[in-house]
Design a protein around this ligand. Structure first.
Ligand SMILES: [Zn+2]
Length: 462
């Protein structure tokens, strides 16, 4: 059989920038095409030219719409990629809003940096603009779950629901007779809105590529922790800021808040959602719930039939910049949910600048915070933070609630992978080194798998 290789072009020594290239003599398939996010040195990698000629790639498989999986697509097209990008229905719908928002944010940041003069560059440029994003969107092609579809002469993909965000999938890919399983970002079995991930297909995989975001962690906080943090914050009399990923996390938080308010575990205070992207994503989730999409957990559609699953009664959806700015002058205790989830950009950064100096306020971190992100620095207890070139004092109370994670933890990942047949080779990606090493050890000790932590740009023959 002719040679098939896999190259690890991102998400190797970091969580972000997922890009894996499978090559056969006949075709080149790129699995995910994400942006690097987090510390400056990682972000800078987005400016590197793509390691192979983009026009040589025959197809892109998109596992889900998170920016670290789809955010590089406009740049791939700028560099000459001119074929199709395959994803499921909601992956494509959500990728559209994510890519448009990403282009807009980068254009705004470049403009802001030019105005304030804090960039090292004379004329700061965005990575890509709205036109580039639209071009990428034109290449998206929708494919159903659980159907094997051809994407190149010798290549096939099957998408399976992975319960991570709406539309998300783990994928089985066959190239020139070699069989690959990519977990991508694997969800958990207790997502309040989404169905559980499918079980792994019972096939003889040559390669399994697994994530390890929480490879060394067990999620141990509960909804009670969230209620307690909220009640403590409300007792302090300030407001509460929750940086949240616009897609999925915002939905899960809103639903949890509705639950807590209905059960009278927290008082019914006003809730503001301040992220245009989150508002668009909310509508897709509402649509999926009302349409009884199979991606939605059993019972959820019945429970929320003809009512908004995300509104406890006092929900404010801030679409415009003026509405967003009005949040600066809130006089009653309120909850503000805003993106981005790691406070690397977006409206939440302005709210942090406004809210962090006041010790009455609380910031609740509800998701994974990448190394070097403002969210991670807050988690680590910094006393000041640089925002838009200025130093902001951190006097607000900072707390962390892990029960909202949409990534399987170490036990959950192993439990899921255990159901697959032992592959010839496993690779551990999408984690920080500690998480990757822990997963590698567990795969080897508990499942007897041969697992490798690939380095950036490393290529393996399958
Ligand atoms: Zn993800």
């Amino acid at each position: 059989m002719s040679e098939v290789t896999i190259a690890f072009l991102g998400a190797t020594d970091t969580v972000t920038g997922s890009r894996f290239l499978i090559s056969s003599p006949q075709s080149k398939i790129l699995v995910d095409c994400g942006l690097f996010q987090g510390v400056k040195s990682v972000q800078r990698k987005n400016w590197d030219p793509f390691p192979i000629e983009a026009r040589q790639i025959d197809a892109v498989v998109l596992t889900h719409a998170h920016l670290d999986h789809c955010g590089y697509l406009p740049l791939l097209i700028k560099q000459g990629f001119n074929k199709e990008i395959y994803g499921t229905r909601y992956t494509n719908d959500i990728a559209k809003i994510i890519l448009r928002d990403s282009a807009r944010l980068q254009m705004e940041d470049a403009k802001y940096a030019a105005k304030k003069g804090y960039s090292n560059h004379k004329d700061p440029q965005p990575l890509y603009n709205s036109d580039d994003a639209e071009k990428a969107i034109d290449h998206l092609r929708e494919r159903p779950f659980r159907e094997r579809v051809q994407i190149a002469p010798d290549a096939f993909v099957t998408f399976y629901p992975s319960g991570h965000i709406l539309g998300s999938s783990f994928v089985e890919i066959e190239v020139a007779g070699k069989l690959f399983l990519f977990t991508s970002d694997l969800g958990r079995n207790n997502h309040p809105l989404l169905s559980n991930p499918d079980n792994p297909p019972q096939r003889d995989f040559d390669v399994v590529v697994t994530e390890s975001t929480y490879g060394d962690r067990i999620h141990d906080t509960t909804p009670e922790t969230f209620a307690k943090e909220l009640n403590d914050a409300i007792a302090r009399g300030g407001s509460i800021l929750i940086p949240a990923f616009a897609v999925d996390r915002t939905e899960v938080i809103l639903m949890a808040l509705k639950e807590l308010i209905l059960e009278k575990k927290i008082p019914a205070i006003p809730i503001y959602v301040d992220s245009p992207m989150a508002l668009s994503a909310l509508n897709f989730y509402r649509e999926a719930v009302q349409a009884r999409s199979p991606e939605i957990r059993d019972g959820v559609s019945d429970r929320f039939l003809n009512q908004d699953p995300f509104d406890a009664g006092d929900l404010h959806q801030m679409a415009t910049t003026e509405e967003s700015k009005a949040i600066n002058d809130l006089e009653t205790t309120s909850i503000v949910i805003s993106a981005s989830g790691m406070a690397t950009g977006g409206r939440v950064v302005h709210h942090l600048a406004n809210m962090l100096p006041d010790p009455k306020n609380t910031v609740i971190l509800v998701g994974y915070q990448a190394q070097g992100s403002r969210g991670r620095l807050l988690e680590e207890g910094v006393t000041e933070l640089k925002i838009h070139g200025e130093i902001v004092q951190v006097n607000a109370h900072i707390s962390k609630v892990e029960s909202f994670s949409v990534h399987a933890d170490s036990d959950e990942l192993i439990g899921w992978l255990k159901q697959a047949k032992k592959p010839k080779q496993a690779f551990v990606v999408h984690g920080e080194l500690q998480g990757q090493e822990h997963m590698q050890q567990r795969l080897s000790a508990e499942l007897g798998w041969n697992a490798i932590i690939p380095k950036s740009a490393q290529v393996f023959t399958v």
